[in-house]
Structure formats: C-alpha cells, structure tokens
Design a binder for this molecule. Structure first.
Ligand code: CMC
Length: 437
C-alpha cells in the first residue's frame, strides 16, 4: 500500500514548502501565503512530479485562484471588499461606488465616480429588438431563466472584437441588467415595459422601471431606495462561491463577459445558492400555514431521512455568523417599520432563528442564518414578488462576477479551468453483440 505523509511548517507565515512523502519518496511542494496569512500548498506540479492528483469534491479545500478582490474570514465573520469592512461599505457607499471599487480596485474620486455613473447611464436601454424575446416566454416562466437567456443574448448585439469593447461591455451589462430584470417583472404581471430614466440614480431607476405605470406619476420612496442600495451592496461579491467560480470557469475558456455572466446566473439560481432566498420565504409561509410550528421544522431539518433543510441557514465558509445576515436582520426591522408593513413572516423568522440557535444540532454544526434568511422579508416589504428574489441577488452580484472575470483575464499565465477526476468506472472491455447483452 502506498503511504502518504505530508509535513509542513506550523509557523504559517514562515513556511517555505510542504514535504509530501508518497510511497517512500519525498517531494517538496511550495507553499504560498496570502496577505491575510492564508496558507496554501501549491500543487501545480503534483501530477507531473508524482502521477497523482488531489480529490476534493465540492472544492472545500481547494484555492482555485489568487485574488485581490474580496476577503472572508468565516471563523470570525469578516467580509471585506478590497480591504474595506462590509459594515462600513454598506453604511457609507452607493452601489455604483462599490461596483467601481470591485472592478477597478480603488474607490473612485468624485470625478471618476461621475464619469462612471454617466457612462452607465448612457447604456441603460436595451436594443428594441430584445423586447421581442420576452414575448416568446410563457408569462409564468421563471425570471431567472429569462435573465440568463437575455444576458447571453446581449453577446449577439454587442460582440467584443477588441479590448475597448470588452471594457465597454462591462459597463453595458451593469447598465442593462436592471432594465432586463424590470422588463421581465413587467411581463410577468402583464404591465407595459417602463423605459429607464437616466436622470435617476441606479437604484431609483430600477424601482421606477419595476413599479411605475404609464398612467400615473411614480415617486421613488427614499426607504425603498436605501433598502435596495443596501441589499445590492451586501450581495456585490463573495469571493469564489458557486456562481463566481462558474463565471471564472466559463471565462477561463476566453468566453465573453455576457456568456460568462449568463452561466453565473444559472449557477446562482439553485436553491443551495442564491435560489435560497426564494425558498426561505416559501418555507416561512409553510410554517405560517402549519400553525407556526417551528419545532416541527427544526426537527425535520435535523432528521437525516428527511431531505428538508432550514433554508437560509448554514454556509460553506461562515462558521460563526454571516455579517451580511446580521446587517439585514437589523435592516428588516427598520425597513418594515419605515414602510409601516407588518409581516408575520418576520416574527416567524426570528423565532425560527432563536429555536435553531439554541438547538445543539445547529450549534455543533455551526449553522447560522445566512444572507438569504432576512433578505426575502425585506424584498417582500418592498413589493418585490418572491419569484424575483434571486434576480435581485443577481443584480447585486453582477459587479463581483465581472470583477472576478476581469481579474482572471488580466492575470498573466491564466489557464483554462479543467479539473481532473478519479475514474471509478469499468476498466477496458470489448463491446458485445446484441445476443450477448
Ligand atoms: N439545515 C439542516 N442541516 C444543515 C443545513 C441546513 N440548512 N445546512 C447544513 N446542514 C448540515 C448538513 O446536513 C451536514 O450534516 P452532516 O455533517 O451530518 O452530514 C452539515 O450540516 C454540513 O453541511 P454541508 O451540506 O456539508 O455543508 P456545505 O458547506 O456543503 O453546504 C450550504 C453549505 C449553504 C449549501 C448548506 O448549509 C445548505 O444547504 N443551506 C441551506 C441552503 C441555503 O441557505 N443556501 C444559501 C447559502 S448563502 C447564499 C450564498 O452565498 O449562496
């Protein structure tokens, strides 16, 4: 039997290499340390040296890239964009400032910000021909399916033949995604599309396109504007999560930004990722309609024979608390209070959180509310229908996806994403004729 041993310095910051002993032979694997002291064993040459690969389904132990965009310390509940703590970013910045920060690595000066906003505003319209696409979808079609398709379709209107066009397409996508999302909402409720208004700020413009009707004036509520700004900022990036890794994977084949982001939207849709925000509300409604029996659902979530999970609970990286959930819990009280909305689901959510946080199953497994737990309650209070929640997540995540796509593209020596596998199937055998099958 082959014996593996791996030895590395425990003084992480001074570690130079890790020693791997495979079948009696020693190999030195270089170590790498990030700016926050995260340690990685560089296995880039592992297969060439040893003939072996690593096996890490779900990539829980795999660093897929080096990145300077977002830092998370899941044990401490820390999230920072380009070094700035999420709490401060959420309190002080506008979403487009955050988009600029993520994309270009620095906060914009006033002049840079004005230029950025002006260029976004210049591209908010979608080509009139795109309106025809909406007609082809069933009215009850899920808006995430429509969003992914229409974003991919943008590549047909805006090919990227040169670098200038690539940069412009990033701006175009930031500008057009709210329009595409608002149009899909309007289609789902049978109302006429409302065109963007470039005199409005980003969040106001989305609310205007979503809620305005041609027959009466629509004044954007400052509470809604503020809430949306906060929600978009809190979702703006989250390092190498499922959808972002998808965007990077697709981008690694040098696919254009629209195709890469469309793939990210598809990945986000799943209920274990961004689709959880829709599922949280459906779960809370189910509990409401079941005599508010939280204990029953906590018990179901703990039962290994029951596929039910507490949606909006747990996270691959956060093992203490999700700082975004903490901010949103406070915001939910504030927004519902300001809007005068009384939603029994908020109370159910708080009760469920209390019950779960005092249950040894959740405590031992370090399962806490994540960003999706309270976001849906705020969207609901804002009048956004449940089916649109994951679209809202996508609107927020867009700058993060594009910043990661851009970073990958601009990093020299990038390679196509192409993992290996451990094959467990049949070994070679001859194809039998019909009579022998
Ligand atoms: N309810 C009940 N048990 C859970 C839950 C939950 N929500 N989440 C994890 N567990 C259990 C799981 O059964 C496993 O138990 P055991 O060790 O006995 O097999 C253990 O906790 C570890 O779970 P895991 O599935 O191995 O953890 P993961 O890191 O692979 O998955 C997760 C993370 C977020 C997919 C998972 O916690 C989950 O399914 N949560 C519910 C869906 C959800 O809220 N997703 C949104 C994530 S935050 C937004 C985003 O960034 O996408």
């Amino acid at each position: 039997m082959e014996v593996w041993e791996i030895e590395m310095s425990t003084a992480h910051t001074s570690a130079q290499s890790a020693k791997l002993i495979l079948d009696g032979q020693e190999y030195d694997l270089p170590m790498t340390v990030g700016s926050e002291g995260e340690v990685g064993i560089d296995i880039g040459k592992l297969r060439a040296l040893t003939g072996a690969v690593t096996l890490d389904p779900g990539y829980g132990n795999t660093g897929s890239c080096r990145s300077t965009i977002t830092f998370i310390d899941g044990e401490k509940g820390i999230l920072r964009y380009r070094g700035y703590p999420i709490e401060e970013v959420a309190e002080k910045l506008q979403f487009l400032e955050v988009a600029y920060l993520l994309l270009y690595g620095k906060l914009p000066t006033k002049a840079e910000y004005e230029t950025f906003v002006a260029s976004v505003n210049q591209h908010t319209l979608v080509n009139e021909e795109m309106k025809n696409f909406y007609v082809g979808y069933p009215r009850r079609g899920h808006p995430m399916a429509i969003l992914a398709s229409l974003v991919a379709s943008l590549a047909t209107f805006h090919p990227s033949p040169n670098e200038e066009e690539v940069e412009l397409n990033i701006i175009r996508l930031i500008a057009k995604l709210p329009t595409i999302a608002a149009f899909s909402y309007k289609m789902s409720v049978g109302q006429p599309f409302v065109y963007p208004r470039n005199d409005l700020a980003y969040c106001e413009n989305f609310l205007h396109m979503t809620f305005a009707l041609p027959v009466e004036p629509y004044i954007v509520s400052p509470t809604l504007r503020k809430a949306l700004n906060l929600l978009l900022i809190l979702h703006a990036d989250h390092e190498q999560n499922c959808s972002t890794s998808t965007v990077r994977m697709v981008g690694s084949s040098q696919a254009n930004v629209f195709a890469s982001v469309a793939a990210g939207i598809a990945a986000l849709w799943g209920p274990l990722h961004g689709g959880a925000n829709q599922r949280v509300i459906e779960m809370l409604e189910m509990i409401r309609d079941d005599d508010m029996d939280f204990q029953k659902y906590v018990a179901k979530a703990k039962d290994k024979n029951d596929p039910f999970r507490l949606m909006g609970f747990g996270h691959r990286v956060y093992k203490n608390f999700d700082p975004r959930a903490k901010i949103l819990k406070g915001a939910a009280d504030e927004v519902l209070g300001e809007l005068g909305v009384e939603d029994p689901l908020l109370e159910i959510a708080k009760n469920l959180e209390d019950v779960a946080l005092n249950d040894s199953y959740f405590v031992e497994k370090k399962l806490y509310p994540n960003v999706d737990f309270y976001s849906g309650i705020i969207y609901r209070a804002m009048g956004i229908p449940t089916g649109m929640f994951t679209v809202m997540f996508a609107l927020g995540r867009l700058p993060g996806w594009m910043a990661q796509w851009k970073e990958q593209r601009e990093t020299p020596g990038g390679r196509i994403g192409r993992p290996r596998q451990i094959y467990d199937g049949e070994t070679q055998r001859p194809v039998p004729g019909f009579d022998a099958r």
